[in-house]
Design a binder for this molecule. Sequence first.
Ligand code: CP3
Length: 363
Amino acid sequence: MTDARTANSALVRAFRSLPSRDEDHGPDGARRVPVWFMRQAGRSLPEYRELRTGVTMLASCLEPELASEITLQPVRRHGVDAGIFFSDIVVPLLLAGVDVDIVPGTGPVFAEPVRTAGDVARLRPLEVEALDPVVEAVRLTVEALGSTPLIGFAGAPFTLASYLVEGGPSKDQLRARTLMHAEPETWRALMDWAADVTGTFLRAQVLAGASAAQLFDSWAGSLSLADYQAHVAPASARALSHVRDLDVPVVHFGTGTSELLAAMRDVGADVVGVDHRLPLDEANRRLGGRTPLQGNIDPALLGAPWPVLEAHVRDVIARGASAPGHVLNLGHGVPPTTDPDVLTRIVRLAHGETDLHGEPEES
Ligand code: CP3
């Protein structure tokens, strides 16, 4: 929640379109652009792989000390401007009694896909008490982070419903999109259930101390604007209504969503996350110049030679400056094969440090 220790952080100020402060300028006077990376915690870090040895993904999400430590690892290593809570979009489904596992290299897999009105009717609500391990992990993390904000997150109803209907990852969410049209009432009931489960998960994180929130609609890019507005936006608005009374900025992110950006803002988001497909100045134009942006380094370039990547990052920062606020991030998550030192270098570049190779400068 709004916290005196994080309210003036560069990240929260950018999310709120507030001007940067004097201390947010680097040694050469350049503006310090706040930065974090989606999936900054995870397999790109050797210290993460070590901690996860012998513990399944979902078990590690429900062990508060472990989830907290994993959240803190990239903040310590890279000096990013925020932690993103280590969990997964399917954790609240698991805690609501859904039989789901995360299969390494594949993603979430469900024992029983949800495809009929009867399947939807059997889904149970998420009880707040079931979230105790999540609340405990957020508390520990916020305490350790001090003035660095923690971003809480949740999956958007469409992305969750896609996984549930498909029974696992899919290329184009075909079954889910068929259900949306073939059985609109079943679809609507499933989306409302998902909105409340994921909204409850997000609210618990914010009440436990997260200073910002991000809704991930990773697969929304498979939808037309008309389908998004008719069959998805009401449920995303319902999910966000769970945190509306809490004074935290909300980011809404999806991939392949260049045509959906305004609709995604209009469900009640303060900030729009942009993937690598659309330059930020064009995204800003599409949003009428009044919405802070997050993004959008192409993850593919993390594996390119540094001069190529550096030019790209500088271009992203220059285009992002056209928006009322900009938080630097990738256009999607950190690929597991990424050299973590490359991420640290990007942070130094965003922070206006001149020595991008040596030891971190004191700040
Ligand atoms: O640093 C962070 O961003 C922290 C937490 C985080 C995870 N998942 C941890 C995780 C977040 C924000 C997510 C969100 C998530 N999970 C999304 C939305 C964002 C996106 O990437 O589009 C989605 C679609 C999922 C579902 C999911 N969970 C997938 C597709 C996978 C990858 C499967 C694989 O092995 O390739 C997961 C597993 C997962 N979630 C991992 C992590 C660190 C990898 C598990 C591991 O390390 O063994």
